[in-house]
Design a protein around this ligand. Structure first.
Ligand SMILES: NC(=O)c1ccc[n+]([C@@H]2O[C@H](COP(=O)([O-])OP(=O)(O)OC[C@H]3O[C@@H](n4cnc5c(N)ncnc54)[C@H](O)[C@@H]3O)[C@@H](O)[C@H]2O)c1
Length: 375
């Protein structure tokens, strides 16, 4: 088991990674209970089912709220339902909430903890790779509304994160790969040695790979470092925005293809390949570096390109018409993105593997890159 402390002054907290981390979470629940605190565990139903034996002891220490997985649960009705349940179970200001599941449960339970009685103690037991390397670190919590994803939320740092890699053994392969997109992102954005180490591994990382726990910890460490320097995303250049590597184009792909066609991590992988090629177009990196980034993503089972026809209304139109129409659509989506301000497109560009910065890129340059990029 490995451990990392996220340094945020009085709100610093530990992250434990590896087999056995769940037992530590149980010990924490027991400790809280012995201190006369009420403990609640908001858990993904699929995880409870897949790991019934391992998780049986939770109910010794915590009141268990079983929630259906999926984006639909990150909603106002679900938030209200859980808050009512907490109140009916006499949860008070000293109570603690544990989230057991992927990013959906983490974001939802985190937001519940941020607003119930104006904020109560919160712990994460992430069970997807994405949640282990990304959503459980950084303190962003929230829910969706019909007008958009994550439009309602709060910053609420956890008191501890317990990432037990044994959970990943039941995670669908495609979900695991989607989590790897965030691992590769961390290496590309700020750690050349980490990227080289990933290249050196003879087999792609999987749930039982000996390097996995270390890779998760390195990714968390990188994210935590960036977050510590810019906790509330107020930095004008760089800062927390660097974590959006691959996200400007990735979000547009997710949006225009219709949510559900691509997993978030798959769209981010496509977005990273786009950012790498855009960086080459801007004269920052060479074909060799673009190739290394794309090879790494492909090795993880991730896409690095996308067909124009995915976005085109008229699928039987000639290729060049579909490409033009799809490029327009993707450009409009990027302009609407909440990260685009005053019509200025900002990208995280790659100066070298392990070195990135945010940069404004003229719309014409982006548009021609989009047209070139689409297959
Ligand atoms: N707060 C943040 O900083 C942040 C960052 C990135 C993403 N997110 C959010 O995270 C969410 C996506 O998270 P996710 O990718 O973990 O998806 P998820 O929580 O929907 O989990 C994916 C699927 O895997 C299942 N599952 C979870 N753990 C499992 C396991 N161990 N074995 C088998 N099945 C398992 C779930 O039931 C679900 O069907 C999105 O809502 C996104 O907005 C938040």
């Amino acid at each position: 088991m490995t451990e990392l402390n996220v340094e945020l002054g009085s709100r610093s907290y530990p992250i434990f990674v590896g087999g056995g981390a769940f037992e530590l979470a149980l010990a924490k629940m027991a400790e809280l209970r012995s201190g006369k605190k009420k403990v609640f565990c908001i858990a993904d139903a699929a995880v409870l089912k897949a790991h019934a034996e391992k998780l049986a002891e939770i109910s010794k220490y915590a009141e268990l709220f079983e929630i259906a997985g999926g984006e639909g649960s990150k909603s106002f009705p679900m938030l209200a339902e859980i808050c009512s349940k907490l109140a009916r179970h006499n949860a008070d200001r000293k109570s603690a909430v544990f989230a057991l599941g992927g990013g959906v449960i983490g974001d939802l339970a985190g937001f519940v903890s941020a607003v119930y009685m104006r904020g109560i103690e919160f712990y994460q037991i992430p069970t997807t790779l994405l949640a282990m390397v990304d959503s459980s670190v950084g303190g962003k919590t929230g829910i969706n509304i019909p007008e958009g994803k994550n439009l309602v939320g709060a910053f609420h740092q956890p008191h501890g994160v317990f990432s037990d890699t044994e959970f990943l053994e039941t995670l669908p392969v495609r979900e695991f790969a989607a989590g790897m997109a965030e691992v590769v992102k961390c290496a590309v954005l700020g750690d050349k040695r980490f990227f080289e180490q990933l290249e050196k591994e003879s087999k792609p990382l999987g749930p039982k790979h000996p390097y996995l726990a270390e890779a998760i910890l390195k990714s968390c460490g990188l994210k935590a470092k960036v977050v510590a320097q810019d906790e509330f995303e107020t930095s004008k250049n760089g800062g927390r925005a660097l974590l959006n590597l691959g996200h400007t184009f990735g979000h547009a792909v997710e949006n225009c293809a219709g949510y559900g066609n691509f997993l978030h991590g798959e769209a981010v992988a496509i977005g990273m390949a786009f950012a790498a090629r855009l960086s080459k177009k801007l004269g920052k990196i060479s074909d060799v570096e673009v190739g290394r980034i794309e090879t790494m993503l492909k090795l993880c089972g991730l896409p690095v390109e996308v067909k124009a026809s995915v976005f085109a209304e008229n699928k039987s139109a000639p290729g060049n018409i579909q490409r033009e129409e799809s490029a327009e659509k993707l450009m409009r989506a990027m302009m609407r993105d909440k990260k685009t301000q005053l019509g200025v497109l900002r990208f995280v560009v790659v100066n070298a593997i392990g070195e990135t910065e945010t940069e404004e890129v003229p719309q014409d340059t982006v548009k021609s890159m989009v047209s070139e990029f689409l297959k």
